[in-house]
Write a protein that binds this ligand. Structure first.
Ligand code: PNS
Length: 156
């Protein structure tokens, strides 16, 4: 079965990679899709985010990367995908993720959202927090892949 792992990935973190690695063991194919989140202004361009994800996921033979500028549910339908994977870090994620899952279900009842719990060592991690720490010179070594760390530091 094919699944999509959607997000804005600005940039991809070790928390995202943990979900991708685990999902790749469950599903035949995982498509990481970079999509717009209208409530976020991004640091990296769409092309840069896609390229970074391609680079850091190349060890997974069943993980592919794509981008889309419309509704997630339309991407899923066009690509004949019936499952959306989301990572859940804490209770604070739940309300927002539930809202999105229910709206996506309302838009297309054939497509299910499956939640994977983030591993405890990544439960505090988000792209926004990583950008904030990098901006003020904090250590981000264990938070993002090396290539992402280098790209983030170039932008400070
Ligand atoms: O990593 P994020 O920013 O939490 O991911 C949110 C994302 C990009 C998955 C969400 O905003 C999304 O699905 N955007 C595409 C447009 C869409 O389908 N919006 C309706 C969601 S109910």
């Amino acid at each position: 079965m094919k699944a999509i792992y959607p997000g804005s990935f600005d940039p991809i973190t070790n928390g995202h990679l943990d979900i991708i690695g685990r999902a790749s063991k469950i599903f035949d194919e995982v498509i990481v899709v970079v999509l717009p989140n209208s409530s976020k202004k991004t640091l990296f361009s769409l092309e840069e985010r896609v390229e970074l994800i391609e680079e850091v996921t190349k060890k997974y033979s069943n993980v592919n990367v794509d981008s889309y500028s419309g509704l997630l549910i339309d991407y899923a339908k066009k690509n004949n995908v019936k499952c959306i994977i989301k990572g859940l870090r804490a209770v604070s994620d739940f309300e927002y993720e539930l809202q999105m899952a229910l709206m996506n279900k309302k838009l297309n009842d054939d497509i299910e959202t499956v939640f994977l719990m983030t591993s405890s060592e990544n439960s505090f991690l988000s792209s926004s927090i990583v950008k904030e720490v990098a901006k003020y010179g904090g250590c981000i070594n264990d938070l993002v892949p090396e290539r992402v760390r280098v790209e983030l530091l170039k932008r400070q």
